[in-house]
Structures are given as C-alpha cells and as structure tokens.
Ligand binder design. Structure first.
Ligand SMILES: Cc1cc2nc3c(=O)[nH]c(=O)nc-3n(C[C@H](O)[C@H](O)[C@H](O)COP(=O)(O)O)c2cc1C
Length: 219
C-alpha cells in the first residue's frame, strides 16, 4: 500500500474538504482492493432520499470495457472542448483555465490508463423527469472523491462519456431503469498536487435570504 502525503492520521477533515481538486494525471499503478473497498464503503455512507439507496456502484477494471467507452468520451471531449483548444490555451474561452484544459485533455487521451473507473448508477433515473433525481446520489459521489483523496487517490467527476446510454447499459449489464450518473476515473496522481480549488469569492455566490442580497464576510 502506498504512503499517503500527509499521512492519513495527520489529515484533518477540513484539509481534505478544502484540497480535493480534480486529479487528471493518474498513474496506472493498481489500487489495492482493500483500499478500494474502504473508499466504496465510505461512499455509500452518503445520503439518499428516504435512505432508499437506489444505487449501484459499478467498478470497472476490465480493459475491454474501457476500450469501448473511452472513444465515446473522446468524441464528446473533442466536440465540447478539444475543438476550441487554442482559445482554452490562450485563456479566452470561458470555463477551464489553460492548465485545467491541459489536464482535461490529458485525461481524455489517457482515460483507459486510470486503473479503476467507478460508475455511480441510480435506479429509476433512466426515465426520470424530476430535475432533482440526481440529488439522491450527489452526496455519495462526493464522499467517494473525498474518501479517495484521504487515501491519496485522485479522482475527477466526469460525464463526457455520455450519449451511448443503451450501449453502455448493455455493456455494464444495468437494469433498464438505471442510469450511470458519472464516470469517476481513480488512480494515484502522478502530477499536480492537492491544491485548494480556485473558485469565485464565496461572498459573490452566497445570497442572504433572497437572490442578489450579498453579505460581507466579517472574518
Ligand atoms: C457534472 C460535472 C461533469 C463534469 N464532467 C467532466 C468531464 O467530463 N471531464 C473532466 O475532465 N472533468 C469533468 N468535470 C470536472 C470539472 O471540470 C471540475 O469539477 C472543474 O473544472 C473544477 O475543477 P477543480 O475542482 O479541480 O478546480 C465535471 C464536473 C461536474 C460537476
């Protein structure tokens, strides 16, 4: 098992919560089964409506499955981001920073190399019309990412694989009513660090009692 930096016993929950960016440069080294189980067992501590836990967590290590899915991901990557590479690298496109773009491009090109993929799957989501359906798995997905980080394993929440739902359903043997809600490639990071993710100032995005009413943070 790999050493984790900082060691697990020295990490505080606060640090983990504040230093879990998307990690997209992942080494192909395997994740020990016991570590993976521990992370999955932490993921499922997350909340779901009525504690119904209508989820499943499909762990993919099979190269044949990865080989089928990765081209779908790259197709969407190219359409959504790759085709505007120059703008992203020049910092003139909205969204990903140049470094974020390079990381995301690297992940798109090396997706199969991540030793483990996890598809969080939600039952009754395939035909759902409630826009909040996904809220019954959001928390557990974030638990997965935070638990992985606490064990020194990088993740990124991705959705660019989507669009081949029926093929993916049959590839993974999912029930008809189930939908994959994300693809989370996992692996030990080989570049980058556990930095504090850059975000807009919290005062700008917090609305006090009504939308548009901003408050100043005192401390
Ligand atoms: C719904 C959703 C879909 C995402 N899809 C992708 C994706 O397909 N590929 C990818 O590399 N990152 C994806 N991301 C990760 C975002 O790009 C990332 O959270 C954002 O750039 C902030 O990154 P940071 O936390 O490292 O600052 C997705 C994130 C969310 C919440």
């Amino acid at each position: 098992m790999r050493d984790v930096d900082p060691p697990v016993e020295e990490q505080t929950a606060w640090e983990v919560l504040n230093t879990t960016p998307a990690r997209r440069y992942l080494a192909p080294d395997p994740i020990p089964d016991e570590v993976l189980w521990e992370i999955l067992d932490t993921a499922v501590r997350g909340p779901s409506g009525g504690n119904r836990q209508e989820w499943g967590w499909v762990v993919v290590t099979d190269p044949e499955i990865k080989k089928r899915v990765a081209p779908w991901y790259r197709e969407n990557w190219q359409r959504a981001y790759g085709s505007r590479k120059e703008q992203f690298l020049a910092g003139t496109a909205e969204g990903l920073s140049p470094a974020g773009f390079r990381g995301a491009e690297h992940l798109a090109e090396h997706l199969e190399e991540a030793p483990v993929w996890v598809f969080p799957v939600l039952r009754r989501a395939a035909e759902a019309t409630d826009p909040r359906t996904g809220s019954s798995i959001y928390g557990a997905v974030q638990n997965l990412c935070l638990a992985a980080r606490a064990r020194g394993i990088g993740t990124s929440l991705t959705t660019l694989y989507a669009g081949h739902e029926d093929e993916l359903r049959s590839l993974l043997g999912l029930p008809d009513d189930a939908l994959t809600m994300a693809l989370i490639p996992m692996g030990y990071p080989e570049r980058g660090r556990w930095a504090r993710p850059k975000r807009a100032p919290v005062e700008d995005v917090v609305h006090w009692n009504s939308w548009g009413a901003h408050a100043r943070r005192e401390s």
